[in-house]
Write a protein that binds this ligand. Structure first.
Ligand code: URA
Length: 287
C-alpha cells in the first residue's frame, strides 16, 4: 500500500487549525472542506482523462477532461464533512454512502447503511477523515471491492500508524492519502495527537456543545463563564451572571481586560456559542 502525506504548507496550516481545540464547528467545517480539497487534489493525480476537442476563441485544439467514472463514498457520518470538497471539484461525481458500526460481540465492522451507485469499473474515492484502527476503512473497502471497482483511493485527514498498517495488510492495492501520519491511538481509539472526535467537532455534537468552552487562561472563555453565571466567584460587583457592557472593565481578568462590543443578556445565547466569538471582543487594556 502507498501512503501519501500531503505536506503542502497550506495543508499543514489548515490541519493545525483543525487540531486546535478552540476552533468552533462553524470554522471547523470550512477548514475541513479546504483541507479536503488539497488532499483530494493529490489523490486524483493520475486519474484517467479523456481527450476532447475544444474551440478556443482563436482556433480548435485538443484538451483533456477527467473521465466521468468517478464515485465518491463518504463513510457516515464524519465522512460527510469531506464530501462537499469533492462535489465542488467534480460536479459530475456519483455519490454513495456507507455506514458502519462495530458489532460489540464480534468487534467487526457491520454495515447499518449502504447506498452505492454502480461502481463496477469506476474509480472510487473513499472518504473518512480519521483513519484510526482502520476497521471502518478496511470494512468499507471490502464491501466496495465486492462490486468490482477499477480502483479505490482512500482519503483521510489524519491517519494513525495502526490504521495505515491495517489498510496495508488487508487492502495493499488501496493507496491512502492524508495530511498527517500521527503518533498513536489512545485506549479509546482516538488518534494522538489527533484532533478529537471529528464528527463531534464538525456537527457540534460533543458533550460540551452549546456551552462555553472551558479553556483556562483564555480571557474570552472566562468572560463567557462569567456571563453565563458559570463561575463560583463573582468577578464583578454585580455578582454572578453579570454581563459586561461595551468598553466596561472586567475585573478579575488578567490586566483588567475590557469587553469591547457586547452588553446584554448573554444567557439567551446558550447554544449559540460560536456567535459569541463575534459578539464578544476582549482586549487587554490600553497601555
Ligand atoms: N474518530 C475520530 O473522530 N477521531 C479519532 O481520533 C479517531 C476516530
Amino acid at each position: 500500500m502507498s501512503l501519501t502525506v500531503v505536506d503542502h504548507p497550506l495543508a499543514q496550516h489548515l490541519l493545525t487549525r483543525l487540531r486546535d481545540v478552540e476552533t468552533p464547528p462553524t470554522v471547523f467545517r470550512t477548514l475541513a472542506k479546504r483541507l479536503t480539497i488539497l488532499i483530494v487534489l493529490e489523490a486524483v493525480r493520475g486519474l484517467p482523462t479523456v481527450e476532447v476537442e475544444v474551440e478556443t476563441p482563436l482556433e480548435r485544439t485538443t484538451g483533456r477532461l477527467i473521465s466521468p467514472d468517478l464515485v465518491a463514498v463518504p463513510i457516515l457520518g464524519a465522512g460527510l464533512g469531506m464530501l462537499e470538497a469533492v462535489t465542488e471539484l467534480f460536479p459530475e461525481v456519483s455519490v454513495g454512502y456507507v455506514g458502519l458500526e462495530r458489532d460489540d460481540a464480534t468487534l467487526l465492522p457491520t454495515s447499518y447503511y449502504e447506498k452505492l451507485p454502480p461502481v463496477e469499473g469506476r474509480h472510487v474515492l473513499l472518504l473518512d477523515p480519521m483513519l484510526a484502527t482502520g476497521g471502518s476503512a478496511a470494512g468499507a473497502c471490502a464491501r466496495i471491492s465486492e462490486r468490482g471497482p477499477a480502483e479505490i483511493r482512500f482519503v483521510c485527514v489524519v491517519a494513525a500508524p495502526q490504521g495505515a498498517e491495517k489498510m496495508s495488510r488487508e487492502h495493499p492495492d488501496v493507496p491512502v492519502f492524508t495530511a498527517a501520519l500521527d503518533r498513536d491511538l489512545n485506549d479509546k481509539g482516538y488518534i494522538l495527537p489527533g484532533l478529537g472526535d471529528f464528527g463531534d467537532r464538525l456537527f457540534g455534537t460533543g458533550p460540551d456543545s452549546g456551552l462555553p468552552r472551558r479553556v483556562k487562561g483564555s480571557a474570552r472563555v472566562e468572560v463567557c463563564e462569567a456571563a453565563f453565571g458559570l463561575v463560583d466567584e463573582p468577578l464583578v460587583p454585580d455578582g454572578p451572571g453579570f454581563v459586561p457592557g461595551p468598553g466596561q472593565e472586567v475585573p478579575g481578568l488578567p490586566g483588567s481586560h475590557r469587553c469591547l462590543l457586547f452588553g446584554g443578556v448573554l444567557q439567551s445565547l446558550v447554544g449559540f456559542h460560536d456567535q459569541l466569538e463575534d459578539l464578544l471582543r476582549i482586549q487587554p487594556p490600553l497601555q
